[in-house]
Write a protein that binds this ligand. Sequence first.
Ligand code: FUB
Length: 371
Amino acid sequence: MIQKKNSFLDKLLIFSLLCSIISCKNNTDKDSVESDEKQTAEEKNENTIKGPLATDLYTADPSAHVFNDKLYVYPSHDYDSGIPEDDLGSHFAMKDYHVYSMDSVGGEVIDHGIALDLPDVPWAKMQLWAPDAAEKDGTYYLFFPAKDKDSIFRMGVATSKNPQGPFTAEKEPIKGSFSIDPAVFEDTDGEYYMYFGGIWGGQLQRWSSGEYSKEDTYPADDAPALHPKVAKMGDDLLSFAETPKDVIILDENGKELTTGDNDRRFFEAAWVHKYKDKYYFSYSTGDTHNIVYATGDNPYGPFTYQGVLLKPVLGWTNHHSIVEYNGKWYLFFHDSSLSKGKTYLRSVKMTELHYNDDGSIQTIDAKVENP
Ligand code: FUB
């Protein structure tokens, strides 16, 4: 009897315990859904800032533009070619481009598929490196470097009626073009300028005489550093309107930056934007891995060095673009966090960029230490 009574009481106790556990669990679930939702929103914001924009492919060298109120990103498409790493960048053996778009910052990032494929560029042999894009009179232009049949980097153009492509390549590269990393800036007066150049694998050091030479020639450490180039574009945006000119970068004393000034002199990845009537020329310092900037009062420069805008990221290269979208400024860049540090497998990211009252740019540190 007693046993029976106890067993009944036990059952009652167990039942009520179960009930309270279930009710407690329901509450916990509710709380955790709410906090998950909160966390998701926070993470989403974090991801916008810190996470790769695209995870379907490896992407690098992002050139961002606003077309038709949307953000478009024109990156290189990294993949593992199996080619060993060297100082010429042979391991960057990219062979097509994809274009990405977003309706809003933090919104869905759409991969529009292959926008241009190497076999469809008649003059190009290999290495579709950092591209850029521009729009004029309803036509979209994709500018890209590639090695020609003689393994000399040239700049190509491809056009489309849609910002996401697919693009149709011109049969020949831009006449008079050389080296890598085209960045096409549309000034407020409607003129377009291409900035370009990159040393080491980018071959800028082979054009010192104005002609291509198979030999690498670098100025002495105390001589002015190799100059990036600028050329006004022809009305058709398929040609240069002039012979490319040197872009001069000065220090705080009005002296040209020298070859030995590795922390500040130009290496690759030029970009130009305009803020409050000033021209900002930004670039990668290459082997010291910073993105720095210099300012000037016209598109040709000279530009005066101002400081670092993005510290070194995970991976050897550093390459960026800067764009204004809905009243805020954004920096697009890449790093190798998704591939856990592989130099040639990079991913595009974005973060907000802030100016100080005097027009200087606040330095961004986006380094991921342990991906
Ligand atoms: O992606 C290949 C090269 O790496 C780019 O052209 C450079 O700017 C560097 O990011």
